[in-house]
Design a protein around this ligand. Sequence first.
Ligand code: AMP
Length: 585
Amino acid sequence: MLEKMEILDVEKLVGDFEVMTKDAENVQRQTLKMILEENGCAEYLQNMGLNGRTDPESFKACVPLVTHKDLESYIQRVADGAFSPILTRKPITTISLSSGTTQGKPKFVPFNDELMETTLQIYRTSFAFRNREFPIENGKALQFIYSSKQSKTKGGLFAGTATTNVFRNSQFKKAMTAMQSECCSPDEVIFGPDFHQSLYCHLLCGLIFHEEIQLISSSFAHSIVLAFRTFEKVWEELCDDIREGVLSSRITLPSVRSAMAKLLKPNPELADLIENKCSRLSHWYGLIPELFPNVKYIYGIMTGSMEPYLKKLRHYAADVPLISADYGSSEGWIGANINPSLPPESTTYAVLPNIGNFEFIPLKENVEEHMQENGNVSFLSTEPKPVGLTEVKVGEEYEVIITSFAGLYRYRLGDVVKVMGFHNSTPELKFVCRRNLMLTINIDKNTEKDLQLAVEEAAKLIAEEKLEVIDFSSNVDVSTDPGHYVIFWEISGEVSDEVLKECCNCLDRSFVDAGYVSSRKVNAIGPLELRVVWKGTFHKILDHYLGLGAVVSQFKTPRCVGPTNNRVLQILCDNVVKNYFSTAF
Ligand code: AMP
């Protein structure tokens, strides 16, 4: 018997969200109570002396703020298959590998059914708001999603990236169908072991179903840009496959070949159509609506470290709306994009008060407090005083702390957010940057966001020559005396030395942080160095992370390469074509 297809009741979802967010403080209290009642017997909480108390005050008094490092030994014991409840009452059966771009190696974090449920809740919530403004019809989604290799830990737990754990969960497909966002590619493509082959097949499936495609998505916008950059290189081969109905020999995996064979039939008309469209385009502008005439929007995380890809994405998308996906991490979800018509640069995320307990460390207050005490800004050493979800103030920046249903208690996520307003009584957050990604030599402090703004400014100089920065990263070089900032650029074509020198000066001038500027003026920080790398260098970095078990879906280019991340630094340094030193100061 055919199962009746469940379609989401978006009005009900929006209504439920409204009710819940009107009572955010109470919902937070209840959520914390549920988490602590459920897991109070776990070793970690037992050691904290809560003695059954579940109120936020006792929780804050007894349980310390922690980072991943503090929990590593607990999570390792879970992964090793400990029998007793360690972090949660119910045994954890799956481990997520976070993308690990920051530290250079993936971190283990627990994943469980409750986390899956909150993932779906956030997907459904943002879909409900999105669908009111951008309704999609029955059709398909071209989703550039990939799976990491799923391995087993010593204790026999499944270990994969968080997105893989979500995509593999039986609930995921059902939820996507209910959101009319069923992926046009077969499972063999999504879960194929070779990302390059999967990407090619995703593109091919998209073309086969080109009229049905209602939306194009990926977890992070980087994958969509990567996909269409690849399309530029392989489109003729894709057309040949469609014309002949025979899959390119570049696809060697038997399971993928046989799954694709079921979809691919000779279709010379479609091949001609695509060829015509591609040859008419100027610099691939508007490629997406040309290929997919019924696409309603493009969806994926577009804020934070994804912002640098927006320019290219807009180029491909022309007037198709770009909508940023929600805010979360392998450790847990935080907020949904409930204002989908805002451009990604202005996107905020409304926190769902029932998916975890949230606290926020005010960044300004801690700096000021400590400055008063010590007359300097070494605020990282002060014991931060977090505030609750409904106590945050508009216009202020905070570091996010999560207490989740998956065994993390008062966990410092390391992200900085800014409160832009409230939706009912829950805050709407703008993602600012990762807290620990910082260029710093002495008194200077530049975040990932500062770097991004500097690169944007300098890239305008090559945009005049119709060229672009494909990707970028940075590093602090203290092997010179004084130390200096190094910025790595991969550029889409040849640029004259003259222009690149100007870019280098512009980068140096664009870091406006007072500590940096004053240090540069007195040469306590040396001239900024721009190193141009060969085309394809950032692809090598991606491949390096894939080799470590990361997955393209969650990949974020490391924007500051720390000293522990030797391999990535080496890839960058080995591929330098030319370098320039700033003469701006
Ligand atoms: P992962 O550990 O791979 O799950 O990556 C999680 C991290 O990605 C978060 O801690 C953020 O730094 C970043 N991230 C997730 N969602 C967003 C978003 N909507 N906007 C900006 N950054 C995000």
